[in-house]
Design a protein around this ligand. Structure first.
Ligand code: ATP
Ligand code: MG
Length: 478
């Protein structure tokens, strides 16, 4: 991302082009609200993004109209209308490809003791802009005339690619400490720098983030991670002490240097792994991938706790994969992540070292099957993480590891074709087991099932006769 200031002529040209594109929406909304004697303006993200030439199809508006009036004015134009949160004064609607959110002017007062903003309707556009987080987000385009309302000179900050608060950052962050996380998120998303006084306020007030709900913190963390430059945002979180509050496992990695500075700083290694895994993300075919990125970020968090110095000065981190998976699960639970994401990320952390037992291809087919089976539907992400986890500067070593992993993937492909590895079941199902052994449901069926599954993993597919014989032998031997 470029660090050059933007040219105001470029900004202007982009705005003109983007406004022409969204004219069908802005003209009609401007007309309808004006006819009803209400004010309406495009506001926040879309104004900023129009100037940056990155406007998408989500359009946010702010209005003098109360939600019930907004709803009435949208009828007959919008194809669908819904209530995003009447208590927050927001009505959502869709028209063609456009997703629109219209919020009544606010003047928010935050109760510093509570976790939720106390919302009050405001009575002016400038009042509404003043309570916003950053000057680049505090611009509005008043409709229908398309007049720029920019009381905090956000356009200047945008041209300099800098994040600044409309008022004193300390006051803004007292009102809502989440804005400190949002600064890091926008730095990652837009490639902007954060103004020094804002960084200073973040540093001084970092522990205030603890009054914010886990869900709000999590949502900003996710947006930061799936942004184009998450490392930029993460460094800021660590440098200001915010990470110590919301993701303490990350700054803990920075201490990971022995007294002789002999092994690599695990923190820097981790950020490099994250960047390398982003470079491999195309393999997933779906744009930025939170699970893959978070797994890269967390893969070594077990290292601080497992570090041991041997007498000869060698450092080891035995079982840091298992310990790291547990820490990851705990952290994600505290941040209220959904269970499927917690399971996926912690499993990737747990499996990230497995490949290193592959040597130069010594695994048996059985070991390859287990690798695939244990990774389950996360196999593609495990490929990415394992490949990204090589940050050696020794090019020959890096090439060797890459070729070895290529070899493993080829073997998986060959075996899968033959056996559909991902859906491995024992060769007999529970009903057949009960019939063959002449038993009813119970513990023994489960044990027999697991025995047959092990056998299946060790040997590959068996015929029904062979499996039956093996089952009977197993039963007789007990
Ligand atoms: P994105 O492209 O990620 O949606 P955005 O700027 O639209 O970026 P949102 O989180 O959708 O970000 O918020 C919409 C607007 O509301 C922001 O541009 C900002 O003006 C304002 N805003 C949102 N959250 C806060 C907050 N916690 N404090 C102050 N203003 C906020
Ligand atoms: Mg938005």
């Amino acid at each position: 991302m470029s660090e050059e200031p933007l040219l105001i002529t470029d900004v202007q040209a982009r705005v003109v082009a983007e406004l022409a594109r969204i004219a069908p929406v802005t003209e009609e909304l401007g007309r309808r609200f004006a006819a009803a004697g209400e004010e309406i303006a495009l506001v926040g993200g879309p104004v900023r993004d129009a100037m940056l030439g990155r406007l998408h199809n989500d359009l946010d508006f702010t209005t003098s109209a109360r939600p019930e009036v907004t709803e009435r004015l949208l009828k007959g134009w919008a194809e669908a209308i819904w209530d995003i949160g009447r208590e927050f004064g927001t009505i959502g609607c869709r028209r063609g490809e456009w997703q629109v959110e219209i919020t009544t002017y606010r003047s928010e007062a935050y109760d510093p003791e509570s976790r939720k903003p106390a919302v009050q309707y405001g009575d002016s556009l400038v009042g509404d802009l003043a309570r916003r987080d950053f000057t680049v987000n505090s611009m509005a385009l008043v409709l229908p005339e398309q007049r720029l309302e920019d009381p905090f000179t956000g356009v200047v900050d945008l041209a300099h690619r800098v994040l600044r608060t409309p008022g004193r950052p300390e006051d803004s962050f007292s009102d809502d400490p989440l804005r400190m996380m949002r600064a890091a998120r926008f730095a990652a998303q837009l490639g902007f720098t954060v103004a020094p006084e804002v960084v200073a306020a973040m540093t001084g007030m970092a522990e205030r983030i603890s009054i914010v709900s886990a869900e709000r913190v999590r949502d900003e963390l996710v947006k930061l991670l799936v942004a184009p430059d998450p490392v930029r945002g993460l460094r800021l979180l660590v440098e200001t002490g915010l990470a110590e509050q919301v993701l303490p496992e990350l700054p803990a990695l920075a201490l990971e240097r022995d007294e002789h500075f002999r092994h690599k700083d695990v923190y820097e290694h981790t950020l490099t792994v994250l960047e390398q895994s982003i470079d491999l993300e195309d393999r997933l075919g779906g744009g930025p991938d939170f699970v893959s990125r978070f797994a890269a970020l967390m893969h070594d968090v077990g290292k601080p706790r497992t570090r041991r110095f041997a007498d000869d000065g060698v450092v080891t981190f035995h079982h840091h994969d298992v310990v790291g998976a547990k820490l990851t699960r705990k952290r994600m639970q505290a941040l209220k992540f959904p269970k499927d994401q917690i399971d996926a990320v912690s499993m990737l952390v747990e499996l990230h070292l497995r490949f290193h037992g592959y040597g130069s291809g010594e695994w048996t087919d059985s070991a390859v099957r287990r690798y695939v089976r244990d990774a389950g539907d996360q196999l593609e992400r495990l490929h990415i993480l394992t490949r990204a986890d090589c940050t050696t500067r020794n090019q020959r070593k890096a090439d060797r590891l890459r070729r070895t992993y290529d070899d493993l993937e080829e073997r998986i492909a060959r075996l899968s074709e033959a056996e559909e590895l991902a859906s491995i079941r024992p060769d007999l199902d529970g009903n057949q087991i009960m019939e063959i052994l002449g038993i009813g449901p119970g513990r023994e069926v489960g044990e027999a099932y697991r025995f047959l599954l092990e056998l299946r993993l060790d040997n590959g597919p068996m015929s029904e006769e062979d499996a039956t014989r093996a089952l009977l032998d197993w039963s007789a031997a007990r």
